[in-house]
Ligand binder design. Structure first.
Ligand code: CP
Length: 312
């Protein structure tokens, strides 16, 4: 599917929130600043009467639930479309389903789908007064996750210009990694390392302004932030790597953590797989901010929704 990235803007303002790729630094800073206010319970707006519908064609715990909580905190209504029991099972197309929900006076759709570009496709098809948020499309982007990751780094580490950030694991299939790398570059991060077996690294990584390490010890050496990723087995069409050696080669354990800076923070978008990409004692240890990320997801999604409501 060919993606129109520019569809998320109207007069350079955000109308939809679909990708990080072509955001400006000021868009990202506005979201972070607004999220900080909401995190501190300051100036929380009310969008009473607005309706947000969630359309998750793939499983989710964190994203879907934090969108629901965020919607309630800004006093809007949230309807959760149960895809597994929806009329799509009777042959209704996604667009016909969208038009049906539109007819129930809904102003925002939050969409997750396994096919790249689905949220963009819906955004091109909805009425003018409706906003669409991409909650993850295939292996393309997961922009609200990247925003909560930026919020987490900003809160725990301050400015990006002085940071060395290592992203470890299945970069190739990860929509989280792609959105993250776009955002970190837009915020002028000093050094971005990607670490993993060569079969899980995109061929065009040299265009991404990152350093590639196949050796994890080298890749996390002196890092301020380590971001671990799950192996996206649902998007691997073949057995690309040996699971027997993956944890040994790329698992984050206590001895590898010691190679990073003393005050390194450990992040993971979740869901985590203990003993596959991360040792339990690291996931639950003092450097881990994995559960903070989940909590921040509420304020960040409140910020994104409020900007879209204000702009529409
Ligand atoms: N990080 C993330 O997208 O998690 P969920 O799949 O639980 O929403």
């Amino acid at each position: 599917m060919k993606i129109n990235h520019d569809i998320q803007f109207e007069d350079s303002k955000l109308k939809h929130f679909l990708n990080i790729k072509n955001l400006s630094k000021s868009h990202i800073i506005e979201i972070i600043n607004r999220a900080e206010e909401y995190h501190n319970n300051k100036d929380i707006p009310s969008y009473s009467g607005k309706v947000v519908a969630s359309l998750f064609f793939e499983p989710s715990t964190r994203t879907k639930t934090t969108f629901e909580l965020a919607t309630k905190k800004i006093s809007a209504d949230f309807i959760n479309i149960d895809i597994s029991n929806s009329s799509t099972l009777k042959g209704e197309s996604i667009l016909d389903m969208i038009k049906t929900i539109e007819a129930m006076s809904c102003q925002m759709f939050v969409v997750r789908h396994s096919v790249t570009g689905t949220a963009h496709y819906i955004a091109e098809s909805v009425s003018k007064d409706i906003s669409v948020i991409n909650a993850g499309d295939g292996s393309n982007e997961h922009p609200t996750q990247a925003m909560l990751d930026m919020f987490t780094i900003k809160r725990h580490k301050g400015d990006f210009e002085n940071l060395k950030i290592s992203i470890v694991g299945d970069i190739l299939h990860s929509r989280v990694a792609k959105s993250l790398i776009y955002a970190l570059n837009i915020l002028s991060t000093k050094e971005i390392n990607i670490v993993g077996p060569s079969k899980l690294i995109p061929e065009n990584y040299e265009d991404m302004n990152v350093n590639y390490f196949s050796d994890m010890d080298e890749g996390v050496d002196g890092s301020d932030v380590i971001i671990m990723l799950r192996l996206q087995k649902e998007r691997m069409h073949d057995a690309l790597i040996s699971m027997d050696s993956y944890y040994e080669d790329y698992g984050l354990n206590q001895s590898r953590l010691k190679l990073a800076n003393k005050d390194v923070i450990v992040m993971h978008p979740g869901p985590i797989n203990r003993g596959i990409e991360i040792e339990s004692s690291v996931a639950d240890g003092p450097n881990s901010v994995i559960l903070n990320q989940v909590s921040y997801g509420i304020s960040v999604r409140m910020a994104i929704m409020s900007i879209l409501f204000d702009n529409n």
